[in-house]
Design a protein around this ligand. Sequence first.
Ligand SMILES: [Mn+2]
Length: 328
Amino acid sequence: MKTETIAIISHSGDIDGIASAFLLKEAFKVQLKNIFFVNYGEEDLAYVEKEIRKLAKKGKLSILISDLSADGKSMETFSKILEIANGSGGNLSWFDHHPWGVDAIRKIASRCKIAIVGENSKFCATEIVYRKFFKKDAFLDMLAEMVHYSDFNIRPDDEGTRKIVGYYALGITYYNTASSRSVVDSKMRSIIATLEKKRLYGKKIADAARTFERVNSDRIKRMSRKLYLIGSELAVGFSTDIQSTQACASIIEASGRDVGVYINIRNGKGHIRSIKSNTSMLARSLGGNGHPHASGFKLDLKEYNNFRSESDKKRVVELITEKSRKVL
Ligand SMILES: [Mn+2]
């Protein structure tokens, strides 16, 4: 008989990706080494496709995906991953709360064994997986609540929860600055190992957050000095790695605009946050995806010359100006 392997692919960007992967690992008894964390960039997608191909060579492979959308540019890779799982005699299941277009539903979700996907204003991926596969549990209640605050960007009343949400926001941003995908995976897996011990956080993530805190706030200050204003609604800022929600909130605050767009010049990732406007369509028009008040997209680093010069940044601002006129 062929050996059967189960792999998990989840979102590397925040605690929802990691906690939902932890729950899937527990529910399906997945080995830590078969859990992969990615974001939507081409490099990440190429990396995970390669890892999945390796696993499929061993025999039947079933794949669980959480906290990622198959919309937009990532659809091609996820279609291949679906074929790999089906071709090996296994299957694909998907748990997500981001918006899914009809194309992604038709091409991918409809061919999954289980698919709980599409915009969900009540539950993040961790809560979806918790409700689907677990009985009520005191530790998981605490975990799901903390992740909900983090993912829906709600400030917890309780100071302890606020502290933990902060550790993960900064610590995970810092972990994602690692130069190789396998290092990012090992960092994220170490968070899972902490959750396995029924601890909401460990010393490592708290230390990572403290290490990164100073750098993060210095970069926010520097970025906020030079913002690019678009119309009366939007402002754009450029910097290397800053915690994305904090970066956008600072842009909104410093500019007095409703929509803050932060471009990470290290990887070309764009993050959009808004107070009132629905930014989903803007993200989509830029090849990305997301919720009404929290969305993102990815720019090609080469096309914009790594945002080195002022004219490269201006071209990005022009692109966002053009798209935002149509959809905001
Ligand atoms: Mn999420």
